[in-house]
Design a protein around this ligand. Structure first.
Ligand code: CA
Length: 233
C-alpha cells in the first residue's frame, strides 16, 4: 500500500475535542488533515482543497451533515469523494438516511480513534486495489465496469457510483450466480473490522439498483440470506 503521506483528509466536526483527537490520530498515521467546524466551511474546503476523503459529523451548526453529504454528492467535483459519517447511536434513522444520501461508511459515537483510522484505511485500500489482482474489466449486458479507471458505464455513459456501491457491484459481478450473504458482503466490501449492521447492505443494494435500472431484475434478493446476481444469459 502506498504511504498515506500524500492523502489529505477533511474532518468536519464542531466539537473541538473530537476534531483535535481525530486530527492527532490521523496525522500519527501519516495522513494530512484539513479542519472545518461548520457544514458550510466543510463544503467550501471540500471544493477548494480537494481532499481524498471526508470525515463528516452529522450534527453541525448552520447546515447539518446530511445536507453536506447531499450537496457533496450532487456536485460533479465531489460526487465521488469518499465520505465517512460520524453519528450517535440515537441518530440511527439519520445514519440510514446518510447512507442513502451517499455516505460510504459511518462510525457511531462514542468511537475509538483507532477504529476510525482503521475504517479510513479500509476505504482507501478498497479504492486502491491493484488492477492486476483481478480482471481489469467486468461486463454484464450493456454494463462495463472498468477497475483500472474505477468507472462504470452503461451503453458507454458513465454512471457515478460511491466507493461502497462500486465495491458491492464489483463483488456481485465477480460472483455471478452465487448467493452472497449480507455478512460476506459486509466483510468483503466494508472490511472485516466493520461493525455496521446488515441493513447497511440492503440500503446500498437498493441505491445501486436505483442508479443502474438495468440491474433491477438481475440482482435477486435471496430470502433471509443475501443477494445474488443472475448469471448473464
Ligand atoms: Ca457535532
Amino acid at each position: 500500500m502506498p504511504s498515506p503521506g500524500h492523502k489529505k483528509i477533511l474532518i468536519v466536526e464542531d466539537e473541538q475535542d473530537i476534531l483535535q483527537l481525530i486530527k492527532l490520530y490521523l496525522e500519527k498515521e501519516g495522513f494530512r488533515t484539513l479542519l472545518a467546524t461548520t457544514g458550510l466551511d466543510g463544503l467550501q474546503k471540500a471544493k477548494q482543497e480537494k481532499p481524498d476523503l471526508v470525515i463528516l459529523d452529522l450534527m453541525l451548526p448552520e447546515i447539518d451533515g446530511l445536507e453536506v453529504c447531499k450537496r457533496l454528492r450532487s456536485a460533479p467535483d465531489t460526487a465521488m469523494l469518499p465520505i465517512i459519517m460520524l453519528t450517535a447511536k440515537a441518530e440511527e434513522s439519520d445514519t440510514i438516511i446518510g447512507l442513502e444520501l451517499g455516505a460510504d461508511d459511518y462510525v457511531t459515537k462514542p468511537f475509538s480513534p483507532k477504529t476510525l483510522v482503521a475504517r479510513v484505511k479500509a476505504l482507501f485500500r478498497r479504492l486502491e486495489r491493484k488492477p492486476d489482482e483481478s480482471p481489469t474489466q467486468y461486463r454484464y449486458g450493456d454494463l462495463v465496469m472498468d477497475l483500472a479507471r474505477h468507472e462504470v458505464t452503461v451503453k458507454n455513459t458513465e454512471v457515478p457510483l460511491t466507493a461502497k456501491e462500486f465495491g458491492l457491484l464489483e463483488h456481485l459481478l465477480r460472483n455471478p450466480g452465487r448467493v452472497l450473504t449480507r455478512d460476506i458482503l459486509l466483510s468483503t466490501v466494508w472490511g472485516y473490522d466493520y461493525y455496521g449492521t446488515t441493513r447497511t447492505v440492503d440500503v446500498h443494494v437498493r441505491r445501486l439498483k436505483q442508479k443502474l435500472p438495468s440491474l433491477n431484475e438481475a440482482i435477486i434478493s435471496v430470502k433471509s440470506l443475501g443477494y445474488k446476481l443472475k448469471e448473464p444469459c
